[in-house]
Ligand binder design. Structure first.
Ligand SMILES: Cc1cc2nc3c(=O)[nH]c(=O)nc-3n(C[C@H](O)[C@H](O)[C@H](O)COP(=O)(O)OP(=O)(O)OC[C@H]3O[C@@H](n4cnc5c(N)ncnc54)[C@H](O)[C@@H]3O)c2cc1C
Length: 377
């Protein structure tokens, strides 16, 4: 397909995170000219707990991203706790449900794979405005440069920035969620062990079903609280939880609890299943930009890659179709069919289910499957 100069592409992908890089790899492999634009340069840091579910390895293989090193820390032990930290339960794992990853390295490898596949990665390119027109979209950046494409993939993370400009309404979901995070670099203290990767999950931390996850890597301990609600109150509840985790010795005494160590960001503008549309003028929304986050675990990397894979398949057919816009519309049905069950919250209210998770081993095991693989409980 066509690439006239390095400002004109068949497809432009905005954002080179897991969603954007996946789309760029697949589209470039299918022969399209792809511009992959990111305001950052790689490696870039991204607040993250660094866990992915086991199915990610299959995706990486399909994308020709070497996974052995990226997925070298299988999760060996997980434990659930109730919000008061008075009860715990350890699921029986037949095999590792996922991996702990170094997020900066993971995203850099993905962006590099997109380059290897033939797409043009343009770093330090902050997109400021989109202008859809008859035959495509003009993409303007902060340096005053304009890029042209026939079709666009919006993979710019949890941001509402461009939805309106491509004709998609703003998210009006009541379910905007925040993530508060504290990370502790272990700097050679070697507290952890690569063979003993570890995840603790605290359920029902806030009245809005807040979920806290603690991951222990060889060189880093990370704690996050993900909840709907007001940022200030989430920060407070987060610090309170961290203090209680320390008292219970689930965190070390030197874990840096203090408002200055907390990073807080919007993690989800509303679940994909509640958004009116993911299809704009010549445009598809994928990853966090489209709310593709698992309801139980708030996992985002795997659904970002999955939604982008489906989007790339749709774009491939749209490029050959008489009306590309009609073909793009099939994205909505396709992702709902493929990902709906995985993204959907469980049929049962988790608050009601919680006591069983701590008293009934089969229920603990089912909660683990719901958490890691989006299975119903
Ligand atoms: C604290 C925290 C911890 C998390 N931990 C986990 C976890 O352990 N496991 C998990 O699966 N998920 C986790 N998530 C969710 C996960 O990080 C996201 O779901 C995932 O990053 C989504 O990928 P993406 O490609 O859609 O977006 P991103 O990874 O956010 O990538 C978006 C890219 O777009 C670029 N961009 C943004 N705006 C512009 C612009 N205007 N112009 C050009 N480029 C732009 C950014 O620089 C960025 O590189 C966590 C989220 C938070 C907030």
């Amino acid at each position: 397909m066509s690439k006239k100069k390095n400002t004109e592409f068949d497809v432009i992908v905005i954002g080179a995170g897991p969603a954007g890089a996946t789309a760029a790899i697949m589209l470039a492999k299918s022969g399209m000219s792809v511009g992959l634009l990111d305001k950052a340069s790689f490696p870039r840091s991204k607040p993250c707990l660094g866990w992915v579910n086991g199915n990610v390895s299959k995706f990486l293989e399909e994308l020709d991203v070497a996974s052995k090193q990226l997925l070298s820390r299988p999760i060996k032990r997980i434990a659930f706790h109730n919000g008061e930290l008075s009860k715990s339960a350890v699921p029986t794992l037949k095999s590792s449900p996922g991996y702990l990853i170094d997020r900066a390295v993971f995203d850099e490898r993905m962006a590099n794979a997109a380059k290897r596949a033939g797409s043009t990665l343009i770093e330090k390119c902050e997109v400021t405005r989109l202008e859809p027109h008859e035959s495509g979209v003009s993409v303007h950046n902060a340096k005053g440069k304009t890029y042209q494409c026939k079709l666009l993939v919006l993979a710019n993370g949890a941001s509402d920035d461009f939805r309106r400009q491509v004709g998609i309404g703003r998210s009006n979901s009541s379910e905007v969620r925040w993530s508060a995070l504290i990370e502790q670099e272990l700097e050679g203290k070697s507290k952890g062990n690569a063979a003993n990767a570890d995840v603790d999950i605290v359920l029902g931390v806030t009245p809005q079903n807040g979920l806290a996850i603690l991951t222990r890597q060889k060189d880093k301990v990370s704690l996050t609280l993900n909840s709907a609600g007001k940022e200030e109150s989430i920060r407070e509840q987060f610090l309170d939880l961290a203090t209680r985790l320390r008292e219970k010795e689930l965190l070390d005494a030197d874990f840096p609890i203090g408002s200055k160590s907390v990073k807080c960001a919007v993690s989800n503008l509303g679940p994909a299943l509640e958004l009116d549309s993911h299809v704009g003028k010549h445009t598809l929304l994928v990853g966090d930009a489209g709310g593709f986050i698992a309801a139980v675990s708030q996992e985002g990397i795997y659904p970002a890659m999955w939604s982008a894979k489906i989007a790339a398949e749709v774009i491939e057919s749209a490029m050959k179709a008489e009306s590309s816009q009609d073909a793009l519309m099939t994205f909505e049905t396709k992702w709902r069919l493929e990902m709906g069950d995985y993204l959907r919250p469980p049929n049962t209210d988790l608050q009601l289910l919680a006591p069983l998770i701590f008293s009934n081993q089969p229920m603990t095991d089912r909660m683990a499957s719901a958490f890691f693989f989006g299975e119903n409980i």
